[in-house]
Design a protein around this ligand. Structure first.
Ligand SMILES: *Cc1c(COP(=O)(O)O)cnc(C)c1O
Length: 393
C-alpha cells in the first residue's frame, strides 16, 4: 500500500460546464425541439452581438471543419484552384480544401509568432491561387494587415481559421470582424468555449451566409424549423444543390448560449494563467509563448513553450518529466508537412519549412484552462522548473 500524497493527474485540458448550461440542455430536451431550431438561432444572434458588428451574420455548424468547408465552397473554390495555408496547424484547416478537389499550398511560419508568415504567402502566390486560410495560432491573431493586403493585391479570398481565437483582437478589433471573407470559430471540447462539438461561421457577405445556410442542410432551401413554424402548409421545399449535414443541434446550442456569456471571464482567467507562466519562466532556458502586441487581446487557447537548443533535456524527455510529475501536456502541432498524407501528396520535406520544423522539435503546450486552480498552476510551474534541471527525467 502506498502512503504517497501524490496529487491527482492534472489533465492537459478540461471543459468548464456550469449549472446554467446543464439547465438549458435539460430545458431543450423537455421542449420537444432538440435539433436545429430556436436555440441554434439564438446562439447565432448572440454570437453576432458578442462580436459587436451589426453587419455580421453568424451561421451555426456542427464543427469548425464544417464551417471552413462551407466557407470555401461558398467562395467557389474547386478543382484546379490552390489555397495557401500554414503547415503549422491541425489537419482540418487544410483537409477541407481537398474535400473541394482544390490543392493546398503549405507555407512556413514567422518564428516569433508561430503564425503564418505573410512573406512566405506572398512568395507562394501563383496563377492558380484563389484563397488564403490564416490560422490564429494558439489564439494570437495572425498578421492580418499584411495578409489582407496580399489578398487585395492578387484578388484572393481570405477565410480565417479562428478555431483558437475567441476572443482575440487584431489592431483593436475582434477576430471575426476583420476585412476577410469569412471567419470560422470552433467549439470543440477543448476550445475556449465549447458545445462538445460545434462551430460558427461569421461573414458580412450575405450571399456567402445564404449559401452556407443552404449547404449546411442538404442543399435544401428551407430548414425543418422554418417549415415547422410556418403558418401555411409547410411540407414543400426544394433541393438546390447536393449539400452537407452540418447543422448544429439545439442541444449543443443550449450549451453554447451560456458558454458565450462566460467567454469574457474565461478569457480573463486564461490570460492570468499565461501571465503567471510568463513571469515564472523568465530565467529558464526556454522561449516563452509570444505575447500579443500592446493593447491587443490574446485568447490563450494554447500556451506553447519552446525549449532552448541548450536546454538540459530534449522536448521528449521534458514531456516525460512533466507526465512523471502528474502534469498532462501536448504538442501543437506535428506540422502538416510531416504527416504521411500531406508529405506524400505534395512531396514535402522539412527543409521547406525550417521555422515550423525548428519550433516543432522544441514545442510543448502546457495546461491552460479555467478549471485549473492556483494550486494547479503552481504545480505546473514547479514541474516545468524541475523538468529543466540537468539530469532530471
Ligand atoms: C480544433 C481546430 C479545428 C477544427 O475544429 P472542429 O470544431 O473540431 O472541427 C480547425 N483548426 C484548428 C487550428 C483547430 O485547432
Amino acid at each position: 500500500m502506498t502512503t504517497s500524497t501524490t496529487p491527482p493527474f492534472l489533465p492537459f485540458a478540461l471543459p468548464e460546464i456550469g449549472e446554467e448550461e446543464i439547465a438549458e440542455v435539460v430545458d431543450t430536451l423537455r421542449s420537444g425541439w432538440i435539433t436545429t431550431g430556436p436555440r441554434a438561432r439564438r446562439f447565432e444572434q448572440d454570437f453576432a452581438a458578442f462580436l459587436g458588428d451589426g453587419s455580421l451574420q453568424a451561421v451555426a455548424v456542427n464543427s469548425a471543419t464544417a464551417g471552413l468547408h462551407l466557407a470555401l465552397e461558398a467562395l467557389g473554390i474547386g478543382p484546379g484552384d490552390e489555397v495557401i495555408t500554414t503547415t503549422h496547424t491541425f489537419t482540418a484547416t487544410a483537409e477541407v480544401v481537398r474535400y473541394l478537389g482544390a490543392d493546398v499550398r503549405l507555407v512556413d511560419i514567422d518564428p516569433a509568432t508561430l503564425n503564418i508568415d505573410p512573406a512566405a504567402v506572398e512568395a507562394a502566390v501563383g496563377p492558380r491561387t484563389k484563397a488564403i486560410v490564416p490560422v490564429h495560432y494558439g489564439g494570437l491573431a495572425a498578421e492580418m494587415d499584411g495578409l489582407l493586403a496580399i489578398a487585395a493585391r492578387h484578388g484572393l479570398k481570405v477565410v480565417e481559421d479562428a478555431a483558437h481565437a475567441l476572443p482575440s483582437t487584431h489592431r483593436g478589433r475582434l477576430v471575426g470582424t476583420l476585412a476577410s471573407d469569412a471567419t470560422v470559430f470552433s467549439f470543440y471540447a477543448n476550445k475556449t468555449i465549447t458545445t462538445g462539438e460545434g462551430g460558427m461561421l461569421v461573414t458580412r457577405d450575405a450571399a456567402l451566409a445564404q449559401r452556407a445556410r443552404v449547404m449546411r442542410l442538404h442543399g435544401m432551401n428551407r430548414d425543418a424549423f422554418d417549415r415547422f413554424t410556418a403558418k401555411v402548409p409547410s411540407w414543400y421545399y426544394e433541393v438546390v444543390a447536393p449539400g452537407f449535414k452540418y447543422n448544429l443541434t439545439d442541444i449543443a446550442a443550449a450549451i453554447g448560449i451560456h458558454q458565450l456569456r462566460r467567454a469574457p471571464a474565461f478569457a480573463q482567467r486564461r490570460s492570468a494563467i499565461a501571465a503567471r507562466y510568463h513571469e515564472s519562466f523568465a530565467s529558464l532556458p526556454v522561449v516563452r509563448a509570444p505575447l500579443p502586441p500592446e493593447g491587443e487581446r490574446h485568447a490563450w487557447h494554447l500556451y506553447p513553450l519552446r525549449l532552448d537548443d541548450d536546454a538540459a533535456v530534449s522536448r521528449d524527455a521534458f514531456v516525460d518529466a512533466l507526465f512523471a510529475q502528474g502534469i498532462g501536456c501536448s504538442v501543437h502541432y506535428i506540422p502538416l508537412h510531416l504527416h504521411p498524407y500531406w508529405r506524400d501528396r505534395y512531396a514535402l520535406t522539412a527543409a521547406q519549412f525550417p521555422h515550423s520544423q525548428q519550433a516543432y522539435e522544441r514545442l510543448v503546450s502546457l495546461p491552460i484552462y479555467t478549471r485549473m486552480s492556483d494550486a494547479d498552476l503552481e504545480r505546473v510551474v514547479a514541474a516545468v522548473q524541475r523538468a529543466l534541471q540537468p539530469g532530471h527525467g
